[in-house]
Design a protein around this ligand. Structure first.
Ligand code: SF4
Length: 216
């Protein structure tokens, strides 16, 4: 879908503030036509967050993947399945939570017939950040879980090293909430061998058990 030139220029300024939304549905409808950064152009659709409207725990990933882009839902591809397995093992009920991404359009580059995930830039993370803040304002969760470096950068407002902040409940000033930073499930999938994958999976489960009292 292409939009008129005037409309495009009106929406492309990433520093524009978002309007106030009465509820998540209203925000989701507005995000469907977002043009704050160029990522909308090559994606199928905006993938907004999904889950319980007043969840005590919100999970934030990086961006939708190939499957999510086609289905229009977050964490329903291979990384989502691994997250489900980790949540099960940590005895966290995903149905009580809300799941979203720091960046809401799929960024990719072609590799033969495949669409290969491409990491969003700081500018794209920044442009999309107001949508995440809008979701958090409407949901008012007690804990925000940042899955991976992009989510952590979006929550802290600056790049952070996962190793420095991982696995502890920390008050993060820029979102005014308690956050838990852990690995993105796709990094577990990308582990170089089965043994490392098992170790990384167990570490993820261990981090997620900190959420039991909020969504167990
Ligand atoms: S990635 Fe975010 S900021 Fe960029 S166009 Fe999509 S919804 Fe808007």
């Amino acid at each position: 879908m292409r939009i008129a030139r005037e409309e495009k220029s009106r929406y492309l300024n990433p520093s524009d503030e978002l309007p106030h939304f009465a509820n998540l549905r209203e925000a989701e409808i507005s995000a469907a036509t977002c043009r704050r950064c160029p990522l909308w152009e090559r994606a199928t659709q905006t993938v907004f967050g999904a889950g319980a409207n007043h969840a005590r725990v919100v999970f934030v990933g990086e961006q939708p993947g190939d499957v999510e882009d086609r289905k229009g839902l977050p964490f329903v591809g291979p990384a989502g399945k691994l997250l489900d397995r980790a949540l099960n093992q940590a005895q966290i009920n995903r149905d009580l939570c809300y799941v979203t991404n720091a960046v809401k359009h799929f960024k990719w580059e072609p590799l033969g017939q495949r669409r290969l995930h491409k990491k969003p830039t700081s500018r794209e993370i920044q442009a999309c950040c107001p949508w995440l803040h809008a979701e958090l304002e409407l949901i008012q969760p007690e804990i925000v879980v940042g899955l991976g470096a992009t989510a952590a950068a979006s929550l802290f407002g600056v790049p952070v090293r996962i190793a420095d902040v991982r696995g502890k409940l920390t008050h993060v000033e820029s979102v005014g909430r308690t956050c838990l930073i852990t690995a993105h499930p796709s990094s577990v999938l990308r582990a170089p061998d089965p043994k490392t994958r098992d170790v990384e999976f167990d570490r993820l489960v261990q981090d997620l058990t900190l959420l039991q009292e909020f969504a167990g």
